[in-house]
Design a binder for this molecule. Structure first.
Ligand code: RIB
Length: 306
């Protein structure tokens, strides 16, 4: 029987929580140039915070392990998590100001982001060790790279045999073999795949997935925006493309986080990788049709297929 201060979670997200400061622009400024944009919007964000809210909004029992500052942005982020139903007992407060993301969104809905990690950079391996019961209670753990790499390595080392690790290496950074070996899956977009693989990347999603699999993960998912996703599984040797529904994109911010959260949740429910990815592309597609990150994430009813 499971004995733990926490109930069983379908998903534990370990990662960043940022205040997103968003300005819409006609085009991004070149070096040395100034452009005018829209009024400033402040949204709750961060790749970890976004994933937790996306999963909870879909109905997943979700917990977040993160660090925010003892400030107004930190309170905004905690409120957003709680409103979505995320268990925030693992959110640590203090040590540095809350992380901030400066985001510009262009008329096509594409974004550019600069992150000041702040408190995210103070989420330590010790914080992970102290959260043992949260890890024991989780079926799937999802992590990204807006927190220190040694903290991510500690998360990978904290996986128990029955727990699955989903890693989105964003922003991309070289990862130790010990981390790559427990990813199931490693979730990358084109930019992340090219950055990790370097010159030898090749030019197709199949080539990226094949090359990434040889670096250790048990499975790889390459997200392809409007084209959906490619799923590659080393156990079956199968490479399957999952198409995305056609939608009108207004803001892609957080869509990758929504995709990864949906994927991780459905894997925790025992779905096969391809089946979980087919659900996740619908969630990612819905997220690009609305502005902001967390505000754009759908409920399960909104993405229930025919
Ligand atoms: O993936 C989108 C997120 O990246 C934004 O919410 C921003 O906070 C950055 O972390």
């Amino acid at each position: 029987m499971h004995e733990n201060e926490y109930d069983r979670y379908e998903l534990l997200v370990v990662g960043s929580a940022n205040a997103d400061l968003v300005i819409e622009v006609e085009r991004r400024p070149a070096a040395g140039e100034t452009v005018l944009g829209s009024d400033l919007a402040v949204h709750p964000g961060g790749k970890g915070g976004n994933q937790a809210v996306a999963a909870a909004r879909l109905g997943a029992r979700t917990a977040l392990l993160a660090r925010v500052g003892d400030d107004a942005h930190g309170r905004l982020l905690l409120e957003s998590q709680r409103a979505a139903g995320v268990d925030t007992r693992g959110v640590l407060v203090g040590g540095a100001p809350t992380g901030v993301a400066l985001i510009t969104v262009d008329p096509s809905g594409d974004n550019s982001i600069v992150v000041s990690p702040g408190a995210n950079g103070r989420l330590t391996p010790e914080d992970i060790r102290a959260a043992g019961p949260l890890f024991e209670a989780a079926r799937v753990v999802s992590v990204q790279l807006e927190i220190p790499l040694d903290t991510v390595a500690e998360v990978a080392g904290a996986m128990s045999p029955g727990t699955r690790l989903v890693l989105n290496p964003s922003p991309p950074a070289p990862l130790p073999d010990s981390v790559l070996a427990v990813c199931d899956p490693l979730v990358v977009n084109e930019h992340e795949a090219r950055s990790i693989l370097g010159e030898a990347a090749g030019s197709t999603a199949q080539e990226w997935a094949r090359a990434l699999l040889t670096s250790g993960p048990r499975s790889v998912v390459v997200t392809l925006g409007a084209q959906g996703a490619l799923v590659a599984d080393s156990r079956t040797g199968a490479f399957v493309t999952v198409p995305s529904p056609e939608v009108e994109a207004v803001d892609t911010t957080g869509a990758g986080d929504a995709f990864t959260a949906a994927l991780a949740w459905r894997l925790g429910q025992g779905e096969e990788l391809t089946e979980a990815a087919a659900f996740a592309v619908r969630v990612g597609a819905a997220a690009v049709t609305r502005h902001g990150a967390q505000a754009s994430f759908p409920t399960a009813e909104e993405v229930s297929g025919p």
